[in-house]
Every structure is written in structure tokens, then in C-alpha cells.
Design a protein around this ligand. Structure first.
Ligand SMILES: NC(=O)N[C@@H](CC(=O)O)C(=O)O
Ligand SMILES: [Zn+2]
Ligand SMILES: [Zn+2]
Length: 345
């Protein structure tokens, strides 16, 4: 038996959805003190008033005894008002604005097509220090899905940051060595979140021997060399990389079908998976930086005072293969190996 203790972690990229799904999945984020809540609901969370109402619905869905603070985001549209963003940030309600290129992922059709139309909002954000969280993939049908992140960096992100170098940017769910190299090669205002599943899966896991719908997410998992680059970045302790699970629940019938939704649901067992990954890479002493320290530092928040203990036991931990929500069953991420670490009270 081995124990490690770290500051309580946060999840810097989480989908909680709404209604019955929200009630079903929120308890699964029990290991996390805070999370950046993605705004891609139907309809999206666009205004400060909508974010305030969504926050109330999340707090109302919290089980008794779960100590959790939702950190709200706004969904950037071409009609977003700079004053509304500034007011929502000034009140402490909103911690970031989320950029979805229109059509890039789940519920992104209200996102941005013409970047000139969001210029004013981005300038305001740069002035007030409010981070822009980016789903970094181009939607050009000519661009191969495996290249969409690298092309986004070249065509959109690099020019945007040359224009507005003061804007704080989080490259969400980075999936390639190109993304890692871009972040490490840039100055201080950019960081990246890395998901649990992208540290574990490559595209063979998704496709060899049969298509695995529960491993399908966006950005899609890439070649092994990219996974290794993500592992090296996450376990390096580098303050620019931190955990965003991108835990993104869809009911099983919406994934196990002819045109399945993108998203991996990993809230339940993320800390166990991460302890396994960091142990495998001889970096358990850097798990706290990745999961508990680097994120708050980037967002200008204090790390959590509470601690959690992860314990490695001889017998594997039995996580449920799926959870039942009022919206339907949701399959829990299967890393493909036994998990020996668990969070103990
Ligand atoms: N990551 C995913 O595959 N899906 C996310 C959207 C997103 O984060 O791109 C979702 O909302 O389902
Ligand atoms: Zn995304
Ligand atoms: Zn996401």
C-alpha cells in the first residue's frame, strides 16, 4: 500500500450539461473542488444572465455534502457584447470565454465564423485579463481531421496572438506535439489543458479491432508520438500545462449508433487514471502541479487548501462500467488497464 497526498484538484474543462444529465453526472466530479464549466448547452450560455442562471441550476443539483464550485464561462458568438462580458467578469461570475469555431464540435453551430466580428470582445478581454478558452480545430472540409489542430494553430491561433499578445489563451484539450510545441515555444500568456483520455489513448485504441465509440471524442485521438508528447508535457511540471478532463457525457444510445456523438466521460475515475499515468512515468511527485497547482495559478486563483489522498492498493479498484442518469446510461471511460489507485477519504 502506498499513499500520496496532494492539494485537492480542480478540473479546468468540464461538461455538466443540464436537467437530468446534470443531476446524474455532477456527483461524479466529487474529487474536484472547482471546475471550469463549458457553456455548449442547447441553447448555449451566451450572456452573463444565462451564466448566472446556469450556475444556480448546477448548485441546485449538487448533492448534500459535495463541496464544489462551478467556475462559469460564456460561449462566444459574433453578437457577444463586450460590456456584458466585462460586467460578468467584474462580478466574479465568469472566469473565461469559450471560443468554438462554428461547426467544430458538439453544439458549436452558434460559434464564430468571422473572427473580425469578435475583435472588440477579444480586445476587452485582453484589457481585463479574462482568459479565452479555445477549441482549436479548423472546420475547413479540405483539412484532414487528424490535421485540424495543427492547421488551426497556423491559420487562426498564431495570427490572433500576434495581433493581441496580451490576451490570455487556453488551448483546450491539446492533442498533438504541434500544440505542445506551440505552447512551450510561446511567451507567458498561453497555457493548455490536457485530458485524461488523451494521455492514455492513441488512434489505434479507437480503431484497431473494431471501432470503439466510447473512445471517440474531439479533437480525435492522434498517433502514438502525439500521445507521448502530451505525456511528457503533463508530467513535466511545466506550469503551462494542467488538467482539463473534458469529461463530456452523452447517453450510450447517442454514441453507439450510426453517427455517434463525440465525448468521453471520465469524471468518475480521472484521478485514478492520472495516478497510474504519472506513476508509470516516474512522475508522481508532479501530479499535484498538473492537477492542483498550475490551473489556479494561470487563472489567478489560490490553490485549494483541502488535501486528498490517493492510495495504491494491491487489488484493482472496481469502477462502474456506466452510470445511470435520469437521461439514460452513460459509459465511464475504460482506460484498458486495471486501476490500482483510488481517492480515499
Ligand atoms: N470533446 C468532445 O468530444 N465533446 C465535447 C465538446 C468539446 O469539448 O469539443 C462535448 O460537448 O460533447
Ligand atoms: Zn472542445
Ligand atoms: Zn469539451
Amino acid at each position: 500500500m502506498t499513499d500520496i497526498t496532494l492539494r485537492r484538484p480542480d478540473d479546468w474543462h468540464l461538461h455538466l450539461r443540464d436537467g437530468e444529465m446534470l443531476r446524474g453526472v455532477l456527483p461524479e466530479s466529487r474529487d474536484f473542488a472547482r471546475a471550469i464549466i463549458m457553456p455548449n448547452l442547447v441553447p448555449p450560455v451566451v450572456t452573463g444572465a444565462e451564466a448566472a442562471a446556469y450556475r444556480e441550476r448546477i448548485l441546485a443539483a449538487l448533492p448534500d455534502g459535495q463541496d464544489f464550485e462551478p467556475l462559469m464561462t460564456l460561449y462566444l458568438t459574433e453578437d457577444t457584447e463586450p460590456q456584458d462580458v466585462a460586467a460578468a467578469a467584474a462580478s466574479g461570475l465568469v472566469r473565461a470565454v469559450k471560443l468554438y469555431p462554428a461547426g467544430a464540435t458538439t453544439n458549436s453551430h452558434a460559434g464564430v465564423r468571422d473572427f473580425a466580428r469578435v475583435r472588440g470582445v477579444l480586445e476587452t478581454m485582453a484589457e481585463i485579463g479574462l482568459p479565452l478558452c479555445v477549441h482549436g480545430e479548423v472546420v475547413d472540409p479540405e483539412v484532414d481531421i487528424f490535421d485540424r489542430e495543427a492547421v488551426f494553430i497556423e491559420r487562426v491561433l498564431a495570427p490572433l496572438r500576434r495581433d493581441l499578445p496580451e490576451l490570455k489563451v487556453v488551448m483546450e484539450h491539446v492533442t498533438t506535439s504541434d500544440g505542445i510545441d506551440y505552447v512551450t515555444g510561446s511567451g507567458g500568456t498561453i497555457a493548455a489543458t490536457i485530458t485524461t483520455h488523451h494521455l492514455i489513448l492513441n488512434r489505434n485504441h479507437l480503431l484497431v479491432g473494431g471501432i470503439r465509440p466510447h473512445y471517440y471524442c474531439l479533437p480525435v485521438v492522434k498517433r502514438e508520438r502525439h500521445r507521448l508528447a502530451l505525456r511528457a508535457a503533463a508530467t513535466s511540471g511545466d506550469a503551462r500545462f494542467f488538467l482539463g478532463t473534458d469529461s463530456a457525457p452523452h447517453v450510450d444510445p447517442a454514441k453507439e449508433c450510426g453517427c455517434g456523438c463525440a465525448g468521453v466521460f471520465s469524471a468518475t475515475n480521472t484521478m485514478s487514471c492520472l495516478a497510474h499515468v504519472f506513476e508509470e512515468d516516474g512522475a508522481l511527485d508532479r501530479l499535484e502541479a498538473f492537477a492542483s497547482l498550475n490551473g489556479p495559478a494561470f487563472y489567478g486563483l489560490a490553490p485549494n487548501e483541502a488535501r486528498i489522498t490517493l492510495r495504491r492498493g494491491a487489488t484493482p479498484v472496481a469502477f462502474p462500467p456506466r452510470i445511470e442518469t435520469g437521461a439514460g446510461p452513460v459509459t465511464v471511460f475504460d482506460p484498458g488497464f486495471p486501476l490500482h489507485w483510488r481517492v480515499v477519504d
